[in-house]
Design a protein around this ligand. Sequence first.
Ligand code: PGA
Length: 241
Amino acid sequence: MELIIVDDYESLSRAAADWLVEAIREQPEAAIVAATGATPMGMYIELAQRRFRDRIDTSQLRVFQLDAYLGLAPDDPRALFRWTRRSFIQPLGITQANVVRLAGDAPDPWEACRAYDAAAREVGGFDISILGLGPNGHLGFNEPPSPPDAPTRVVDLTPESIVSNACYWGSEEQVPRQALTCGMDLLLAARRTLLLVSGAHKHQILHRAVEGPQTPEVPASYLQLASTVTVLADRAAWQGM
Ligand code: PGA
């Protein structure tokens, strides 16, 4: 696990964009799983600005959605697919045919999880995984406790996730209580991972994730065992102030 500490959120976003541009240059047909949440948004804006300037070839990239609220149509304002589409898929010009959605609105959500796993298997797993760190240590919606072999599945959100996600949608009542998440098994098998962590409020969970024991109580702690992981954090997150 490589740990890079940068001064602030702007530096983190630039460094993260550099990391991904380099990874795409090395592997233009990479299968990418990309997080929503506040943390990667600066990176995505940076990437959108650089797409033409740096001539990033995104035509062959394949993008997998990381997580989805249960029961929301893809165009619901709260749908995480809509967020991924607006912040990552569209600005990077990724074609619809190269996008794999985790269908939270499917009549049988468990079947949707199996279809997602099959699509991930078909491309040989993820080449690149871009993740944020939940305040409770979750990756995607792999809520604690999540063992490293937890598959793609339907989960109950923890009260902590409901509170932290309420800030995106106005109130806790707006946050669905269940979600679909890409499994720990797929995330930990990604060939490279970028974990982005920003802000003093992530200080304790960041240290538990990178230095603490590997435990289902902190799902991100299993990244210590994963193949090529870069943790990019700002000083506020690392130092807690
Ligand atoms: P955040 O969310 O980037 O908005 O802090 C991270 C997460 O909950 O996974």
